[in-house]
Design a protein around this ligand. Structure first.
Ligand code: ADP
Length: 580
């Protein structure tokens, strides 16, 4: 139970928890052995006092040399073990955590990455794990070890003399009450600091992405001012957090030290009233410094441990997200896509309600409807970028929920509006369509997608690097690269979203040619925005408010009296662009 709690609190793996236990065990041993050192000193002092007061013979120096040597040896061995268990083992733990996090991210529904702020995600992968690494190596073992060893020593001290033990130890619980009382303050500061850090990186990211607009609109100064304000705010939050934590930690440390004064006062009055002898006071004074040492070390860490819990929560959140899992292989019979009574909600927002339709193999199925009616959502669900909340989607008779997204997507080509391009050459960006495709195949696909013209105008043709996310290309060019990729992949299912929306008129017919080559014989689900695409479709699904409002061939729907599609088509027939 306690173990589970610790695991959650510090986002530890099972192995990490067992290492933390070992670390705490060796810390207890190290702290107890330090007491053994105090014992030797006590014995030595006692011998001297006896010589001075009773004229007894001096104790043999060999005894002390032997004891000290034994102490040094034990101390060395136990410190080594403590080091190995607290620092040494933590590196395997970090490796495990990063790998399991990466595995987890790989299995999360792909739609998650569109929803979550990327700066925030990077902060979790890098920053949070680093912060936890420090806590794992420097804090957990030490702190819990210090709790246990102090409890053992406290019991021993109470058995020896409860009055002196009380005078010596009262500060410890008071200090801890103070620290735990300050927990909510530390947590609040830590959450705030995380938030301000993300705002700063968001602002920097946005500035880099929009550098052209910022320059052309002369907004440099405004942008720099904005980023300056955000950095200031972050700095203030950090300083505030440090100050609050520092204040409590120092107060706790001072309170604990007051124990030395109360021990001397109590000891002196007990000696004067003849209830204890001087040597007992001396022993308590020796021990008290030893008791504080591990605490001093861990007090400084407590603020960090409290702060780290925000990081641990974020890691736990990723570990607890529902993943998209399933079989590694996908063997459908045919490639009809069947939506059966599909419901879907983004978080709490219900977007699709009881949607049923079939997109047949070898046909083009067009999704039309007003903006926000759920067309893109249907396309995303068909590729399992998200999982449906109700009903099912089957491809060739196989429920796609039972297939691992990676395996499923080998049968899909997607030509979406937001094309993802990598900072590599044009050639390699197209080759992503099919790993291992030959240069000839890549070039043929590029030609078919009408990329030749603009690529040859680039300084190094197909070998030109295109900048991060294709910064050097226009919208239409990026889309043609995406079509080339899809042509190269030649997957049996094609999902198309406004595939030709940003193409200039001149190239449009050629790209249409490429597209029709891409689409031939496939199962095509297209989010149509143009009358021509709609008219060319075999089947039309009209969506309205997340429901199927009408369904049929273009001719059927056109002739339907008072039909939604018929009305929209009439309104739009004069216009080349399909907008509703
Ligand atoms: P369409 O493609 O027909 O314009 P969408 O499928 O994009 O419609 O959107 C349907 C509804 O879902 C809209 O109300 C939209 O605001 C909402 N929506 C779309 N994507 C998300 C998302 N990632 N998170 C939350 N809501 C979303």
């Amino acid at each position: 139970m306690l173990g589970e709690n610790l695991k959650r609190k510090y986002a530890l793996t099972d192995k990490g928890l067992s290492n933390a236990r070992k670390g705490a065990f060796w810390t207890v041993i190290v702290n107890l052995i330090a007491m053994f050192g105090a014992g030797i000193l006590y014995k030595l002092m006692n011998g001297f006092i006896k010589t001075l007061t009773d004229g007894a013979a001096l104790p043999s120096p060999w005894l002390f040399i032997g004891l000290t040597a034994a102490f040094a040896l034990l101390s060395y061995i136990t410190h080594l073990e403590q080091y190995r268990t607290t620092y040494g083992l933590v590196y395997t733990e970090i490796k495990k955590t990063r790998i399991s996090l990466a595995e987890r991210l790989r299995k999360l529904p792909l739609g998650y990455f569109g929803k979550r702020d990327l700066a925030d995600l990077t902060e979790t992968l890098m920053g949070d794990v680093n912060r936890l690494e420090h806590v794992w190596s420097h804090c957990i073992g030490y702190l819990y070890g210090a709790y246990i060893s102090t409890a053992i020593i406290a019991i021993a001290l109470f058995i020896i003399d409860w009055r002196m033990a009380l005078a010596c130890l009262w500060g410890v619980p008071v200090a801890f009450l103070l620290l735990f009382g300050s927990r909510s303050i530390a947590k609040r500061h830590s959450e705030k600091a995380k938030h301000t850090a993300v705002t700063v990186s968001d602002c920097i990211q946005a500035g880099i992405e929009n550098v052209r607009e910022i320059r052309s609109l002369n907004r440099e100064k405004a942008y720099l001012d904005e980023i300056g304000t955000k950095i200031d705010r972050h700095e203030k939050t950090l300083i505030g957090g440090e100050l609050a934590a520092g204040l409590f930690v120092n107060a706790a440390s001072v309170i604990m030290r007051l124990g030395v004064a109360t021990t001397i006062l109590t000891g002196a009055s007990l000696i004067l009233s003849g209830r204890i002898d001087f040597m007992l006071l001396f022993m308590f004074l020796l021990i008290i410094t030893r008791i504080y040492a591990p605490f001093d070390q861990s007090l400084a860490l407590i603020a960090e441990m409290l702060m780290s819990q925000v990081s641990a929560n974020r890691l736990n959140e990723i570990h607890e997200m529902r993943t998209a899992e399933g079989a590694d292989s996908f063997a459908p019979s045919g490639h009809d896509i069947v939506f059966e009574n599909v419901d879907f909600a983004y978080d709490d927002k219900k977007v699709l309600r009881g949607v049923s339709f079939t997109a047949k193999e070898g046909e083009i199925t067009a999704l039309v409807g007003p903006s926000g009616s759920g067309k893109s959502t249907c396309a995303r669900l068909a590729a399992r970028l998200w999982d449906v909340t109700g009903g099912s989607i089957k491809v060739g008779g196989v429920d796609i929920k039972t297939v691992e997204p990676e395996a499923l997507l080998t049968d899909y080509s997607m030509v979406f509006q937001d094309v993802m391009l990598f900072d590599d050459t044009v050639m390699e960006n197209i080759r992503l369509g099919r790993r291992g495709a030959s240069d000839e195949d890549v070039l043929a696909a590029a030609r078919a997608a009408n990329c030749d013209g603009f690529v040859n105008a680039l300084p190094h043709g197909y070998q030109t690097p295109i900048g991060e996310n294709g910064a050097r290309l226009s919208g239409g060019e990026r889309q043609r690269i995406s079509i080339a990729r899809a042509l190269l992949k030649d997957a049996p299912i094609v999902l198309l979203d406004e595939a030709t929306a940003s193409l200039d008129v001149e190239n449009e017919s050629e790209v249409q040619g490429a597209l029709s080559r891409l689409l031939r014989g496939k199962t095509v689900l297209v989010i149509a925005h143009r009358m021509r695409t709609v008219e060319a479709a075999d089947r039309i699904i009209v969506l309205k408010d997340g429901r199927v409002a009408e369904e049929g061939t273009p001719l059927e729907l056109r002739n339907k009296e008072n039909g939604l599609f018929a009305r929209m088509a009439e309104l739009q027939s004069a216009s080349a662009s399909w907008k509703v």
